[in-house]
Design a protein around this ligand. Structure first.
Ligand SMILES: [Zn+2]
Length: 286
């Protein structure tokens, strides 16, 4: 491996760690509507501002052994996880596409998808800002760039999002997920967005089944209520068994948020999409 190549791998990793650290700030601030706040990062438990030397991606978490220096509260392992994921995707993108505009495109897409996934986990909603970033990437690559033709992109926009939009009308899917499929279709073309669709549905269904089974076992049956039934219940009411209190704010109608599965499936499509498309084309004899 040439020295330049090694340098670029190291730079990709460092950029991933630093930008991952910034994504943690986005994930915290975007749903709270104070993205442009000048306040420094602070411990959510004791409110103490985090010193610059305690804010080094990954390293600080290891040195502090996952605890706040000021109050000793456990720091969520999510922070280093987001940094590590961003780092891994940046390095992966460079390994896959090298010195090419596509590396930058997929780096930005990775940031949008990671942010959308964790905000979806927290709030059951996909932020429009992440969708807009992906839309911009879809438009920027709206040229015979990266081997996706105009026609493939335009079909990609509609082929998953339109059926899913109809499903969303009947409450089967969130609108945020539909928007994600739309912009990913524009970015990836119809062949790969179909891969995203199949992989995300399979992963999502598998995890939903597991989560439902675990909740049933623990006696948490809150998901059995329909939206209508939930609205009719007085605040603070308990479920039929008289044990499980209802979630305080918003009823969760879906067992698990779907955004993270779409994001994960997109990573599969980026890194394995060409091989999968070739495999299926071979099966069909195209
Ligand atoms: Zn603290």
């Amino acid at each position: 491996m040439a020295a330049l190549d090694i340098t670029l791998y190291v730079l990709s990793a460092l950029a991933g760690l630093c930008i991952g650290s910034f994504l943690n700030v986005c994930i915290y601030r975007l749903p709270r509507g104070k993205f442009f706040s000048k306040a420094r990062s602070f411990c959510p438990k004791c409110g103490e501002a985090i010193k610059a030397y305690d804010n080094i991606p990954l390293l600080s978490y290891v040195i502090l052994r996952g605890k706040c220096r000021s109050c000793g509260e456990r720091i969520s392992p999510r922070y280093p996880l987001v940094e590590a994921m961003t780092c891994a995707l940046f390095v992966g993108n460079y390994a896959m596409f090298g010195m090419h505009g596509l590396t930058l495109v997929w780096d930005v897409a990775a940031c949008a998808l990671i942010t959308a996934s964790f905000i979806d986990l927290d709030t059951m909603e996909i932020p429009d800002s992440a969708v807009l970033v992906l839309l911009a990437l879809g438009l920027v690559t709206f040229a015979p760039f990266g081997g996706v033709s105009y026609v493939d992109k335009l079909i990609g926009c509609a082929c998953v999002s339109v059926p899913m939009f109809l499903l969303a009308m009947f409450g089967g899917m969130g609108l945020g997920d539909v928007k994600l499929y739309f912009v990913l279709g524009l970015l990836l073309g119809w062949q790969k967005v179909l891969i995203v669709f199949v992989v995300s549905v399979v992963l999502g269904a598998a995890v939903s089944v597991i989560v439902t089974a675990v909740k049933k076992r623990r006696g948490e049956e809150e998901f059995d209520l329909s939206e209508e039934e939930y609205r009719r219940l007085p605040r603070g009411a308990v479920c039929a068994e008289g044990e499980t209190p209802l979630p305080p704010k918003k009823m969760r109608f879906h067992v698990v948020p779907f955004g993270p599965f779409i994001a994960l499936a997109t990573v599969v499509a980026i890194f394995g999409g060409d091989a999968l498309v070739a495999f299926y084309a071979g099966l069909l004899g195209i």
